[in-house]
Design a protein around this ligand. Structure first.
Ligand SMILES: *Cc1c(COP(=O)(O)O)cnc(C)c1O
Length: 549
């Protein structure tokens, strides 16, 4: 037993055992640092991902009969890290965070005391942190912190699921017993995240009852189409239950007009005497921009450039209305730069939780004692990690202004990237508005973006250009160790001349997410694209000649 005890932190806080743990931490930090290379995306060399790679892993795996030394454990872990993508200046693909130091420490504290966020008696640190960040962020977005509630959950997707569950339970309180009514409908933009798709599947509402609404040129939901589709549902005896307002689409950062959505919902409620329609702001991507809700653009205390200011000001106009939503989410593990998973689901009115809270009789071993007053019986998780501690630490370390600088830099870099790309490459178009993301599309010869947007091309022509971009994505993907760009196969849908079906537009993605992605780096990003594009065009045309001859 003495040997097994050695595998644990000390009971009395003695120096010797602390030094031992510290030495392990030091080794890990040092070894990972040794693998870092600012000119590469990966930590050390990538393993050979041959076709049988995972198969070999499966064959080799066995629990050792006797435990190995801690040195060997560390060595094995570091082996796994080799070739890992590391979010540095070469990573411009997706919203992947480089966890900031405060959040790493918050996470460490969470693990060391290992509270269970289910119940304050079992996890007082996380409980208080959760209540505190819920209040901090409620105040920031304009929810009344005395009425709101919040808890950390399984991602932005979890927030969508939780919000749909609240919407169903509010509309049909007996559904917990009798099942979900059959005539409920949900609405979302056709560019919204697939979270709602999964949630209507899992709640039993069914995908057929999820109505996709068209988008405007700026990738926000088209409100006329929303209204029409809601009225159609009402006319057929259905219940418009829920609208997902995307605040920052995953690929293009389109921001829905939540004020307009709320107005339409209220109009319909008034005209048709229907039950209030639940609105969830899916702000997994964009929610951090609420940090500018009170920024004074006139005095501009952080001295952002005019063109950056302009974008942030337009966000302020949109994000200040997020308080109209019944719930929203902060995905700190996206633009907030904290470890997975750090998502805070915020609910405007905590009254709603009574519909989903579990009956006291069903929870015999936690909550409802003379001690402890915070028991999250309404979450879908039972045991919960205390990830509010990471969020809390980040909010303290950055403050509002720290986050404003980080978030403004994403915009600053994107503006510079756009300008440079257009200047250096002739056959490219930028296909979304200025945001932390730039989507762009190449053409074999001259650009045809206007024709595409106006539905003047055939399916075949569109497919050829998509193919061109797809092949190019493969080519630069091979060299992702130098710069890792993202791409998407559904940037938007456009009409074509020879079909009723709309066709997806493929695009490449530049996502300025690392704090090390600064404007000094922009020339290198564009240079990489230009060089590979020229190579691609050359090899492509020589291939074509070969085929023809
Ligand atoms: C990323 C994203 C999600 C999913 O969030 P996870 O934290 O990955 O679960 C949902 N909605 C939008 C708009 C997103 O960008």
């Amino acid at each position: 037993m003495k040997e097994v005890q050695k595998l644990f932190p000390s009971m009395d806080g003695n120096d010797f055992q602390r030094e031992e743990i510290l030495s392990y931490f030091r080794t890990i930090l040092t070894k990972i640092d040794e693998l870092k290379d600012p000119n590469k995306l990966t930590l050390g060399e990538m393993p050979e991902y041959t076709e049988d790679y995972y198969n070999r892993v499966i064959q080799k795996a066995d629990v050792p009969k006797t435990g190995v030394s801690m040195e060997e454990v560390i060595q094995k872990l570091l082996k796994l890290v080799e070739g890992h993508r590391y979010v540095n200046r070469n990573y411009v693909a997706n919203a992947a965070p480089l966890p900031n130091i405060a959040s790493v420490i918050g996470n460490l504290v969470m693990v060391l005391v290992n509270g269970n966020n289910l119940w304050d008696v079992e996890g007082p640190a996380a409980a208080t942190a959760e209540i505190e960040v819920t209040s901090m962020l409620s105040k920031l977005i304009g929810y009344d912190e005395n009425i709101s509630a919040g808890y950390t959950t399984w991602g932005g997707q979890g927030a969508v699921f939780n919000s749909l569950r609240l919407a169903i339970a509010r509309y049909a309180p007996s559904s917990n017993r009798n099942g979900v009514p059959q005539n409920l409908y949900c609405f979302c933009s056709e560019l919204s995240h697939y979270s709602l798709y999964k949630s209507v599947e899992a709640t039993g509402i069914g995908v057929e009852n999820m109505i996709r609404v068209k988008v405007n040129a700026d990738h926000s939901m088209n409100l006329e189409d929303l209204k029409e589709k809601m009225e159609h549902v009402i006319a057929k005896g259905g219940v418009p239950l829920y609208v997902l307002a995307t605040m920052g689409t995953t690929d293009t950062f389109g921001v829905d007009d939540i004020e307009g959505i709320k107005r339409i919902a209220e109009d319909l409620e008034g005209t048709h005497y229907i039950y209030p329609i639940y609105i969830h702001a899916d702000s997994a991507m964009g929610g951090m921009y609420t940090f500018f809700n009170n920024y004074d653009f006139e005095s501009n205390p952080l001295q952002f450039e005019d063109n950056v200011n302009e974008v942030l000001k337009s966000y302020q106009q949109k994000f200040k209305h997020i308080k109209l939503a019944d719930s929203m989410v902060f995905d700190f593990h996206k633009l907030g730069q904290t470890p997975y998973i750090t998502s805070l689901f915020l609910i405007k009115n905590k009254e709603l939780l009574k519909y989903v809270d579990i009956d006291a009789a069903e929870t015999p071993y936690v909550g409802n004692r003379g001690y402890g007053s915070y028991h999250t019986g309404y979450t879908l998780e039972c045991s919960r990690m205390g990830s509010a501690l990471s969020i809390y630490a980040s909010l303290l370390a950055f403050g509002i202004e720290g986050y404003q600088e980080l978030l403004a830099n994403y915009i600053h870099v994107n503006i510079a990237f756009r300008e440079k790309l257009i200047k250096e490459v002739s056959n490219v178009v930028i296909t979304n508005e200025v945001s932390p993301i730039t989507t762009f599309r190449f053409y074999p010869e001259k650009t045809k973006w206007n024709e595409e947007l106006n539905g003047l091309l055939t399916i075949e022509e569109m497919t050829e250009i998509n193919q061109f971009n797809d092949e190019f994505a493969e080519i630069i993907g091979v060299e992702r160790d130098t710069v890792f760009f993202g791409n998407t196969k559904k940037q938007r849908l456009v009409k074509v001349t020879n079909s009723n079906k709309r066709i997806s537009v493929y695009a490449h993605k530049f996502f300025a997410i690392s704090p090390y992605t600064t404007i000094e780096e922009v020339d290198r990003y564009v240079g990489f694209l230009k060089e590979h594009l020229e190579f691609f065009l050359r090899t492509r045309s020589s291939k074509n000649i070969l085929i023809r001859s």
